[in-house]
Write a protein that binds this ligand. Structure first.
Ligand code: ADP
Length: 263
């Protein structure tokens, strides 16, 4: 009797799983089609705005055209994030794993974002620690970490400081992004990793994100058996910590788990 019940339950959950996969496939196809259809007019608007910008001499009009171009970039980013999100829902992670040096990624991120930070009058620093190589998808990891750096830049007022660092702790190799920005209210902290969640609705249009950056970052980090921690004080700043276990850390965690079970 109990056996039959278990079987019935299992077949229902496999059906649910199949239906969910199908929903994701349809959604992915839809987003893929829509993003293609939206990108073409966006590219045309952007080139037209660029041509206009070259012709316009009045400073105020220049600013207006720049606003159009900034919003086009934003829409482009939203489409890109939505597409990445659906791709991640389907991807099988381990095929693209290679050895990755987190310090090389940190150095590359530092170079990529120094100029943007400087434009906003922010100091960006990178302090590499002595960390082991990881088996990881470097492209995905870049995306996850760059989302954290972009956020730090977006949510730190001019004059602030952003520090990237790497080190090792008990659970793995750590990549940390600390900023002296506006911080996140305690009540928002549990939700910032949700898709499309943005802490302060009033800031939505000015900062330009899609509300998908952190959920993409978390998804990628979880693919690597890692986790993201956040600590934040409103008005003072935030620290995002990506912890990625190496094989050695996974074995040690498994041993600790077994010891706890036995003891
Ligand atoms: P987006 O930045 O596109 O809005 P994210 O998913 O990257 O979306 O972030 C979700 C929300 O978390 C942001 O809207 C913002 O309110 C908050 N947030 C993320 N990073 C930071 C940070 N470093 N400092 C302050 N708030 C942050």
């Amino acid at each position: 009797m109990s056996q039959m019940g278990d079987d019935a339950q299992q077949s229902v959950s496999w059906e649910d799983f199949g239906a969910e996969q199908e929903r994701v496939r349809v959604l992915r196809q839809f987003i893929s089609d829509v993003s293609h259809d939206l990108r073409t007019p966006l590219t045309i608007i952007n080139s037209a705005a660029y041509m206009l910008q070259l012709k316009v001499e009045d400073a105020e009009q220049q600013q207006l055209v720049e606003r159009i171009r900034a919003q086009v970039r934003r829409l482009d980013q939203i489409i890109d994030d939505m597409f990445t999100m659906t791709t991640l829902d389907l991807a099988s992670p381990d095929e693209t794993y290679r050895t990755v040096d987190l310090n090389e990624l940190g150095q590359a991120l530092y170079h990529e974002f120094s100029a943007v930070a400087q434009q906003k009058d922010l100091t960006l620093a990178f302090f590499p620690g002595s960390v082991q190589l990881l088996m990881a998808d470097g492209t995905h990891l870049w995306r996850a970490l760059s989302n954290l750096v972009i956020n730090a830049i977006n949510y730190t007022p001019p004059g602030g400081r952003i520090v990237l660092s790497t080190y090792v702790n008990q659970d793995g190799v750590v990549f940390e992004v600390t900023d002296t920005g506006i911080g996140i209210p305690a009540e928002d902290l549990p939700r910032i990793f949700d898709r499309f969640y943005r802490a302060d609705k009033a800031r939505q249009t000015s900062t330009g994100g899609s509300g998908l950056g952190l959920s993409i970052a978390r998804r990628i980090v979880e693919y690597h058996n890692g986790r993201i921690e956040v600590e934040s004080t409103p008005g003072k700043g935030s620290t995002f910590r990506v912890i990625l276990p190496t094989l050695k850390h996974l074995i040690a965690a498994e041993q600790r788990r077994k010891q706890q079970e036995e003891g």
